[in-house]
Design a binder for this molecule. Structure first.
Ligand code: ASP
Length: 577
């Protein structure tokens, strides 16, 4: 209740019959009823209520009104079970027009699909839709539950700067020119990574923040240049503890959004995920695991298999008949585009294996292959032979191509992925490529491999995955200068480079850095999944389009020449594509 309304529109019920009420909102719809009477539906964020208004001639869609009248039961046969207020109406209404409105650019109802660009141009109208109101509130409930969980676990909410220096996540950075120091720039942080580590050196113990992060990357449906993370860091802790306290916040948030608490989150090593699902973000809502077949073909005569480092297979249960020649060629092309030399397909029939390559496989190999894949007549079997990492990633992708349900389809399957490799292959110069930021602590027992066999070093890094989406990642950090210097060296980062980029952090570490570790949960994706949305733009009040534009404000916009002078900046003519 406020000075202007006694009730919210969606809250009126038969029990309110007889009371005089005032509601405020927007005109959702008006239907004439005889010469003078009109039914006017008034909407606010809680829903719609029907008002019976005398002489409502100048009330049009999206006018802002205050209606005062008496609640009464709707006459028999006119109730509307689709509305929470469908059993009542407000009668004898006095209407005050608080503001007129131009006709809306699209109907304000979930039932009508409007073009996204138009929706974003008039986002303030779009936000009045029930779906958007619901999504914003799911988001607020998730934020609230996470804050409460972190507070309860002794974490302190601390804001960190946006005007900052380069951070180590490895994306391109947005920069802000300095007016006072022409030629110098602030970097907008890709995450509060360095700041939160400095807070640990600063004796904070446990920090968290729902932080804005900025990365100048190519945009996709699941990405925005600015996005939110639940960011946390703790001192004197282990990876198990970090997973426990983040898990607590995530499960609380899911419960707040969906009304049901998910089971405790299981764990899986990176190696297990790679071998069984061909992915470091396995979607556990469906089976179709990758099956090891290398041993089956150890002595094979079949050229495409002999000498291959790894052979694995996938069973597409009962779908052999769905795949005619064209579709099978399509699958083969897909496998090649993913880096495989080819794809072997076999259809299981009552008489044996139907496949162009069946004649090259011995009876024993065919029998063992069928047994290993637990194949039944009607199944389609897909096999790839190649280097182990190629086999995993190609079959892992085919698995999701062929089996993955839409994101918004339950059940929700969370999993922690642990024991990531420190490096994911090597670059052209032969330097190992770091899989995480360079402050990630290796397993102590793997430290000596840093120099001799870096690709075998496991890091104390862990990801949280939900339905095949990476929800976030974290690690135990390196807090000792000697280990950090060995890791930089293994990554091909010279001491000078490290000093130039992260010198102040390394400097701080000389003044007593405690062992510490943390995590960050990507909030936009998490909320989108909980809200049943495929696109994160549906859970962000004012998102940018896929090309990074804001059709409502027209950002980014040129700035005046005088302003550029102040910033000491001259703009080059636009690039021709
Ligand atoms: N800063 C990391 C990220 O944004 C997360 C972490 O390691 O805490 O991915």
């Amino acid at each position: 209740m406020t000075a202007m309304y006694t009730h919210l529109c969606g809250d009126l019920r038969p029990e309110d019959a007889g009371s005089t009420v005032s509601v405020c909102g927007w005109v959702a719809r008006r239907r004439e009823h005889g010469e003078h009477l009109a039914f006017v539906d008034v909407r606010d964020h809680t829903g719609i209520v029907q008002c019976v208004v005398d002489g409502a001639a100048d009330l049009r869609s999206e006018f802002v009104v205050r209606v005062t009248g008496t609640v009464r039961a709707r006459p028999e046969g006119t109730t509307n079970p689709d509305l929470s207020t469908g059993e009542v109406e407000i009668g004898d209404c006095a209407v005050e027009i608080l503001n007129a409105a131009e006709p809306p650019p699209f109907p304000v109802t979930d039932r009508v699909d409007a073009d996204e660009n138009v929706r974003l141009t008039y986002r303030y109208v779009d936000l009045r839709r029930e779906r958007m109101q619901r999504n914003l509130r799911v988001r607020a409930a998730v934020n609230g539950a996470m804050r409460a969980a972190m507070d309860r676990q002794g974490f302190v909410e601390i804001e960190t700067p946006l005007l900052w220096v380069p951070t180590p996540e490895g994306s391109r950075e947005f920069v802000v020119p300095s007016r006072k120091m022409n030629g110098s720039f602030y970097s907008l942080p890709q995450s509060p990574q360095i700041a939160k580590q400095l807070l640990m050196v600063g004796g904070v113990g446990r920090y968290y923040q729902i932080a804005r992060c900025l990365r100048d990357e190519d945009l996709r449906a699941d990405r925005q240049w600015e996005f939110m993370q639940l960011d946390a860091e703790a001192s004197f802790t282990t990876q198990d503890e970090v997973m426990d306290f983040i898990g607590e916040a995530v499960l609380d948030a899911a419960e707040a959004a969906l009304g049901e608490r998910p089971d405790p989150i299981p764990r899986m090593t990176w190696l297990d995920a790679a071998e069984r699902y061909g992915s470091d973000k396995p979607d556990l809502r469906f089976g179709m695991e990758l099956v090891e077949l290398t041993h089956v073909f150890a002595a094979t005569e079949f050229k495409a298999f002999s000498g291959a480092g790894c052979i694995k297979g996938l069973r597409v249960e009962g779908r052999a008949d769905d795949f005619g020649r064209n579709k099978l060629d399509g699958l083969t092309d897909r496998a090649k585009s993913l880096g495989a030399k080819g794809l072997v397909w076999l259809k299981v029939t009552a008489d044996g294996l139907d496949s162009p390559v069946a004649k090259f496989l011995s009876d024993d190999e065919q029998a063992k292959l069928r047994a290993a894949l637990e194949a039944e007549p009607g199944d389609l079997l897909l096999l790839v032979a190649d280097d182990r990492h190629v086999v995993r990633s190609v079959l892992g992708t085919l698995r999701t191509d062929l089996g993955r349900p839409p994101v918004s389809e339950g059940p929700y399957r969370y999993v922690w992925i642990t024991e990531f490799p420190m490096f994911e292959g090597t670059d052209e110069a032969g330097n190992p490529l770091p899989a995480h930021h360079p402050f990630t602590m290796p397993f102590p027992e793997d430290l000596d491999l840093l120099e001799s066999d870096p690709l075998r070093v496991r890091s104390q890094a862990y990801d949280l995955v939900l339905n095949g989406w990476e929800l976030g990642s974290g690690s135990i950090r390196i807090h000792r200068a000697d280990i950090q210097s060995r890791v930089f060296k293994a990554m091909g980062i010279s001491d000078e480079d490290a000093e130039a980029k992260f010198g102040f952090l390394l400097g701080a570490f000389r003044y007593g850095a405690p062992p510490h570790g943390g995590f960050a949960v990507g909030m936009d994706r998490f909320v989108a999944i909980l809200a049943g949305e495929d696109n994160i733009r549906e859970v962000i009040a004012f998102p940018k389009t896929q090309s990074g534009l804001d059709p409502m404000t027209s950002a980014p916009t040129p700035i005046a020449a005088g302003h550029l002078d102040e910033l000491g900046i001259r703009v080059l003519p636009p690039k021709k594509d």
